[in-house]
Design a protein. Structure first.
Length: 104
């Protein structure tokens, strides 16, 4: 039997450790097909770029934020897949732009 609570705790611990121990952070923005904007803060874990914070600003002006403290809700979730900024057409943005949206 799968222990979902154990898996959730391990997932939270992984993202928390990445977020708290990161020295270099990269920030990106991406527009989706519905007119929403996705803001991403990512850190390196070995050869992979892992999202530690993710904010979606919908075309209706709603803001959804995800990180290790809030992995998911009925509107979405923090991606658990490594990203490739070039493959996913992510625009590099300044950390200040990300923070402005994140703390909104």
């Amino acid at each position: 039997m799968v222990d979902l609570e154990r898996i959730r705790k391990e997932t939270v611990a992984y993202f928390k450790a990445l977020d708290e121990n990161a020295i270099l952070r990269q920030h990106f923005c991406h527009a989706d097909e519905e007119g929403g904007l996705w803001y991403i803060e990512a850190v390196r874990d070995g050869d992979e770029l892992i999202v530690v914070k993710q904010a979606e600003l919908t075309s209706a002006g709603r803001l959804h934020r995800y990180n290790w403290e809030h992995l998911e809700d009925e509107d979405g979730c923090l991606t658990d897949q490594a990203i490739d900024p070039e493959e996913e057409l992510l625009e590099v943005i300044p950390a200040e732009e990300f923070q402005q949206v994140w703390t909104r």
